[in-house]
Structure formats: structure tokens, C-alpha cells
Design a protein around this ligand. Structure first.
Ligand code: KMH
Ligand code: ZN
Length: 281
């Protein structure tokens, strides 16, 4: 399929770990709120949801019960692809970060390197990445590599070559995190260079260049883009988004404006080699 015919997988990351209701009062906290948001995002065109969970008071959590409840509520109402973060929050131990795997999502993210994350260290040493891959494999969960700098991409490709990361490589390239690669056309090319041909790659960007990076990615042939409060709370400069669904609708409009097509959930499952799992998590 030529790049312009490739349907675009739109992922929503509805809550993350760093953003708060002081940043945007519409941030979902509870599994029920997250599920409601994800359902609306699916209606707006999202085909994948990237999940973190929070306690009732909004603090980032690693409790498997919360992941399980969110996934169960989502699956009861939409076939959207569910993905859990194993990045968690910077202060979580790796064992805490990986609890979401036990909730039986379709996919999980895996970091393939370490970095500064703002003022903090966000550390995933190779042994941790291998453990995450192994546990996901044992549970039949597909993986998406979350990569914030060129070295992370090179490491993911090495893991793939060594058989430490199962094919296919699903690549999420993240731009603009302080401590990671910047959000520029040159950075996009640098992140793409190590990827094997045919890799399904998507782009996440934070900060003031977010929309430009997503547009650039779409014109460069990206297989996916990601939006949601985890990555940005503004619809436009100075305009807070009313909801995650509004961000997804806007992203889908961008896809269409640039002459591309938004993937359905069925198409996303095929493109990501991610068949629907049995409904019980
Ligand atoms: N919260 C960040 C420290 C991921 O989900 O894979 C890590 C993160 C990336 O959100
Ligand atoms: Zn995340």
C-alpha cells in the first residue's frame, strides 16, 4: 500500500501521569471517567487508547484493579484497541510500572532506553525492557516501543534483531519531551532512519510544536498519530480542549485535511497485527 493510501491509526492517551486538573479540569481520573472518555474518543475516530490509571484523587496509580476496571468498561462498550503504559510515572519502580500487563490489554508500551524527563530521570535499563517483553509475551500481549530519542530507536532495532523484541516492531516516536529529542523535521528524519522498512510508526509530540509535528508526520507517511491530555491539553494556542474527544476529532480533521484517511478499529487491528482478545481480562 502506498503511504497516501495507508489509513492513519489515531491513538488517544486520555490521562497520562504528569498532567493535572489544574492544567485541564476535564482530565479523567477514575476508570469510569477514563472509559467514558475513551468511548467518546472512539466515536470521534480513535482506534487505539494508551492507558495510565489514577486514584480517585487524581494521583497516578499502578493498581492493577484500576487498569482491569478501565479495560473492562472500555471493552463492554467499544472494540477500540487497548494499550497499557509500562512507563507509568517517573517515580514508580519498574515492578509498579508493569502492573497493567496483568489486566490483559491488547497491547502494551515498552520503553527501550532511559532519559531525563524534565527534571527527573526516567530509567528503563535493558534487563527491565527484556522483562517487560517477556511478561507481555507470556500473556499474549503485543508491544509498542515508546521511543523518545534516537538511541532508543537504535536499541529497539537491536532488540528486534537479537530476538529480544518479537516482530512486528510497532514504533511510537515521541518528540518534544524535555530530555528527549526535539520536535523538528530533522529530528523526525533522525528517528526514522534506524527503523527497518515496513515498520508501522506513529508520532506523538508534546509542546508548542505538537500540531506541526503531527502534520509533518502525516505528510511523511506516518501510520499513526497520538493525541490526548497526556500529550497536550490545548486545542489551539491559548485554547484549552474541552475533552479528549475534541482533541481526537481535531486530529482526525487534520488527517483528512492533509488528504489521508482515518483508520477504523478493524483496520488498526490489521495494521498493528493485533487481533481482538477474548473479552475476559
Ligand atoms: N509518564 C512518563 C514518565 C509511556 O507511557 O510509555 C512515561 C510515559 C511513557 O508516559
Ligand atoms: Zn503514557
Amino acid at each position: 500500500m502506498s503511504w497516501d493510501e495507508l489509513p492513519v491509526v489515531v491513538t488517544v492517551a486520555p490521562t497520562g501521569a504528569e498532567v493535572t486538573r489544574a492544567d485541564n479540569p476535564a482530565l479523567p481520573h477514575t476508570p469510569a471517567e477514563i472509559a467514558d472518555d475513551v468511548v467518546r474518543c472512539a466515536e470521534a475516530g480513535a482506534s487505539v487508547c494508551h492507558l495510565h490509571v489514577r486514584e480517585q484523587d487524581g494521583s497516578p496509580s499502578s493498581r492493577v484493579e484500576l487498569f482491569a476496571e478501565a479495560i473492562e468498561r472500555i471493552r463492554a462498550r467499544t472494540p477500540i484497541v487497548t494499550m497499557v503504559s509500562t512507563g507509568g510515572a517517573v517515580w514508580m519502580r519498574v515492578e509498579e510500572r508493569t502492573s497493567g500487563l496483568e489486566a490483559g490489554p491488547d497491547l502494551a508500551g515498552v520503553e527501550t532506553g532511559s532519559m531525563n524527563f524534565g527534571e527527573d530521570a526516567f530509567v528503563t535499563v535493558p534487563a527491565d525492557a527484556r522483562r517487560i517483553v517477556e511478561r507481555a509475551g507470556a500473556l499474549g500481549i503485543g508491544l509498542e516501543a515508546e521511543m523518545f530519542d534516537v538511541g532508543h530507536v537504535v536499541s529497539a532495532v537491536r532488540m528486534l534483531e537479537r530476538g529480544e523484541l518479537p516482530p512486528p516492531l510497532r514504533a511510537n516516536l515521541v518528540f518534544g519531551v524535555p530530555g528527549g529529542i526535539d520536535a523538528t523535521p530533522e529530528a523526525l528524519e533522525a528517528m526514522l532512519r534506524p527503523l527497518p522498512p515496513g515498520t508501522h510508526w506513529s508520532v506523538t509530540a508534546v509542546g508548542r510544536h505538537q500540531r506541526r509535528m503531527l502534520a509533518l508526520a502525516l505528510l511523511r507517511g506516518a501510520g499513526g498519530i497520538r493525541v490526548g491530555f497526556e500529550d497536550g491539553v490545548y486545542l489551539r494556542r491559548g485554547v484549552l480542549a474541552a475533552s479528549n474527544a475534541e482533541l481526537v476529532a481535531d486530529a482526525c480533521e487534520l488527517v483528512r485535511t492533509l488528504g489521508r484517511r482515518v483508520a477504523t478499529v478493524e483496520e488498526a487491528r490489521e495494521l498493528l497485527a493485533c487481533p481482538a482478545r477474548a473479552r475476559s481480562a
